[in-house]
Every structure is written in C-alpha cells, then in structure tokens.
Design a protein around this ligand. Structure first.
Ligand SMILES: Nc1nc2c(ncn2[C@@H]2O[C@H](COP(=O)(O)OP(=O)(O)OP(=O)(O)O)[C@@H](O)[C@H]2O)c(=O)[nH]1
Ligand SMILES: [Mg+2]
Length: 441
C-alpha cells in the first residue's frame, strides 16, 4: 500500500493510547515519541516534526476534550489535526473546460500523469485530449500516443517536428472542441536554461489555466527546492506527486511540498492509468491512521458504476441479493485491483486484517470462481439464495465444475457481505464513531 510503513508506525503509536490504562503525561509523551520516529523515518523534516510533536504534547495536556469526547479520542483528534496541518489542503480541481500544462524534471512521471489526468477527467464526464509537446526525448511522442489510444483519449502530436511551441499552437487549434487539453512537455535532468526557455514559450502560447508540476516522491524533502524553483520560473498551480507506491520517503515529499504553499493536486500510486488519486488531505490521513476511507471508496464506486449497475438505495436498506453481489464483482473488476478497493475499506469491514499480496491474489481467484458458480444459478436463486438447498447445490456444482464446498462458501460470503452492508447503514461515515470502533473505545 501507499506509505505502508508510515501508516503502520502511526497506527502502532495510536494503539498505545488504547492499551494505556490512563491518558497521562507519560502516555502522551510515549505516543508522541513514536509519532516522531515514524515521521522522521518517512523523511519528514526534523524541524517540522519537532514543532508538531511539541504542539501535540501541549494541546493534549492543556486543552480540555470537547464535550462528549473521551481523553483518548481527544488525543487522536489532535494528532489528526496536526498531521493535517503539516500536509496542507489539496488543490482545487475544477471540472470545467481548461488547459493544463505539465512540467517537471526528467523521468518524474509527466507523460504517465498526463494520461492519468486525461483518464480522471474522462471519468468525470468531460472530454479530454492530450498534446505531445516533448520533442526532446526520442519516443516521447509514441509513448503518449499509445497511452492515449488505450484510454480512448484524443491525441495530438507531430512526430519529427522539433518545435514544441509550434506543436502546442497547432494542437490547441486542432483540439478546440475538447474540454480539457493537457500539454505534456519535455523534462531535463535539472532546471536549466533551455528547459525554462521552452516552458516559458509554451506557457505564453497555451495560456494554461493549470500548471502542474510533476514530482517523484522518492526525492523526499528535496521536493521543496524543486517546487520553489519551478514555481519561480512558471508559477505552478498544483503539484502531482508520483510513485508514492514505491518509496518510504513519501512523507518528506508531501510535507515539503506543502511547506512551499503549492497545493498538492494529485498523487500517483502505480503505473496504470487508474493508479491516480485526487489528493485530499483528510482522506489521506484517515487512511494512514487506519481509520478507513469510506468517502473515497464511495466516490471511486460512483465513478465506475453507472446507476443500473448497482441499486445503492436497496443496498443501503440491506437488500442485497446474489444478483447484486454478482454485479458488485463485475464492478470490482471494472474498478481495478481488488487490493486497492480493500485498502479503502475501514478496518472494521475488512475485518481489521492486514492482507498480504498472496491473499489478495487468492481472493481474486476465488471471486472468479464465484462468478462461474453464479452463472449456473437460476434467476430466482440469484434473487433469493435461500432457495438453494442440498440438491440444487449438487446441480450447480455439476453445472459450474466447482465443488459443493465452494458453493456453500459463496453463500456464506454473500451472507457476510449482506451483514456488513447492514452495518454500513448505521452512520459509520462519522469519523469519530469510526475511530471509536477502531480504537476499541
Ligand atoms: N510505480 C509508479 N511508477 C510510475 C508512476 N508514475 C510514473 N511512473 C513510472 O515512471 C517512469 C517515468 O514516467 P514518465 O511518465 O515517462 O516520466 P516523464 O516525466 O514523462 O519522463 P521524461 O519524459 O523522460 O521527462 C515510467 O516507467 C512510469 O511507468 C507512479 O505513480 N508509480
Ligand atoms: Mg515524458
């Protein structure tokens, strides 16, 4: 998972609060020490960490818990708020026609993020198009072309033309009828004169509404220098932090960017076009702290499911037939790796489990079997699984080539999901309630 290690350590620290008999100065000190260690390991700046820990300590000892909040919850809330403070709010992304210019050093993930961004707007119902204005690196044109073809996104490029500015000018004209035009530019290994000059000229022609700087999370704290440098030359409106899936230094990059006051717009969490998230600090931190993230799960679901796919109202009332489950499995398929979905569930729902890659693979295989089994059921059985008795199980087993045990397991799985969904109904969206449950308070 993204920033797994930091998440684990922070969750470990908060668990100390639960285990402690009383929340006194000693407990708070211990928890704060653990948090310090966790943040430093994630490459967050020492000064920032020290400042934050002092604030947590002071507030935890001096402020009275708001009414109705236990001392434990109070401390957790302070930790949450102070983390928000160092990560900052995400950038505002408007869902309307606009031109976006991508800038960043070589290999930071500009081209990949251009495609991901196009996908993002496409899912929101806008018509995106991309322009290949990297004439510096051989193959850049082709790379973006292939990516956009896969996504069914309009592409403009002029292979062989070395004049990036001209390409952008022509491209914007040719793509006039598209809503969101994203310009991929060349990267260099450092912010040098050539690059600045080209960026400025493209900037003048494109008059972009957004200028996103793409930044590799692996550079950690140094992100701050880079953000400053790009900001000084073209004035960036948002930062895309990529490769958060592959580094332990994500905390450094996130906090350093936040310090420069350039808001973080998106994060890249893998190589496929779906591995991309709009950055929202509160969700991000909830997830780090292991409090689940129903909000983003729900949004992800909304984006990918059309209404006929799932009857959300029925689900919320606990009406969850095998047919619904089948649709859900299909939807999950659409949504991409199961692992990502599971990570967005609150710990309670995923059973508080730490799931290994292996288990995810197994679960994925299982779901495939489940679908085969359900294909052998009748419509009536799908709507009312109680109809499925011993003889029917045998029939379905023969029809699907799966064992009767597996069919029983599927029925049990359906029951569990049904119960879980009933639980969802009970207002678990409330953060405090979720925390309480998770922390056993
Ligand atoms: N794991 C992971 N890999 C990423 C992510 N974003 C980009 N990459 C990979 O990073 C490498 C470089 O990405 P590009 O998009 O080509 O980078 P670029 O900034 O366009 O590079 P230049 O055009 O050479 O300046 C590719 O192998 C991408 O697949 C991410 O969020 N996670
Ligand atoms: Mg590129």
């Amino acid at each position: 998972m993204v920033m797994d290690k930091l998440g684990d350590s922070l969750q470990g620290a908060l668990k100390k609060l639960v285990r402690a008999g009383r929340i006194d100065e000693r407990t708070v000190n211990e928890v704060v020490k653990d948090i310090q260690r966790a943040l430093l390991q994630a490459d967050v700046n020492v000064k920032l960490v020290m400042g934050m820990s002092k604030k947590i300590k002071d507030r935890a000892m001096k402020e009275d818990p708001p009414s109705g909040m236990s001392p434990r919850e109070h401390v957790i809330r302070i930790v949450y708020q102070e983390l928000m403070e160092i990560i900052g709010q995400g950038a505002e992304i408007k869902l309307k026609p606009q031109t976006i210019m991508m800038v960043g050093l070589q290999g930071s993930g500009k081209t990949t993020s251009t495609a991901k961004l196009a996908r993002f707007f496409q899912k929101k119902g806008l018509k995106p198009a991309v322009i290949a204005a990297d004439t510096f690196r051989p193959g850049a044109h082709k790379q973006l072309k292939i990516l956009s073809e896969k996504l069914n996104v309009a592409f403009y490029g002029e292979e062989g033309n070395p004049d990036a500015v001209e390409i952008v000018r022509n491209g914007l004209k040719a793509l006039d009828k598209y809503d969101v035009k994203i310009v991929d530019t060349a990267g260099r290994h450092a912010l040098e004169a050539d690059l600045i000059d080209e960026m400025e000229r493209i900037h003048k022609i494109a008059k972009p509404d957004q200028k996103f700087m793409v930044l590799d999370a692996a550079i950690g704290q140094q992100a701050s220098q880079q953000a400053h440098a790009f900001n000084d030359s073209v004035g960036i409106t948002g930062v895309i932090i990529t490769k958060l899936d592959g580094t332990a230094k994500g905390g450094g990059a996130l906090s350093a960017v936040s310090e420069t006051k350039a808001p973080i717009a998106f994060i890249g969490v893998g190589e496929t076009p779906e591995d991309f998230e709009k950055f929202e600090a509160d969700r991000f931190i909830s997830r780090l702290l292991g409090m689940g993230d129903l909000k983003s799960l729900m949004e992800k679901a909304e984006e990918n499911l059309s209404e006929e796919d799932v009857d959300v109202d029925a689900l919320m009332q606990g009406r969850f037939t095998l047919k619904d489950m089948y649709k859900q499995l299909e939807a999950m398929n659409k949504m991409g790796p199961l692992k990502q979905i599971m990570q967005m569930l609150p710990m309670g729902m995923a059973g508080g489990m730490k799931v290994s890659d292996e288990m995810f693979r197994e679960t994925g295989d299982k779901l495939k079997h489940y679908r085969i089994i359900m294909d052998s059921m009748t419509e009536a059985e799908m709507l009312d699984p109680k109809l499925i008795g011993g003889t029917r199980i045998k029939r379905i087993s023969r029809g699907s080539g799966c064992s009767p045990e597996e069919i029983r397991e599927l029925l049990k799985y359906h029951k569990t999901m049904q119960t879980a969904l009933k639980g969802l109904k009970g207002g678990k969206f409330n953060l405090q309630k979720m925390m309480k449950k998770k922390m056993g308070m």
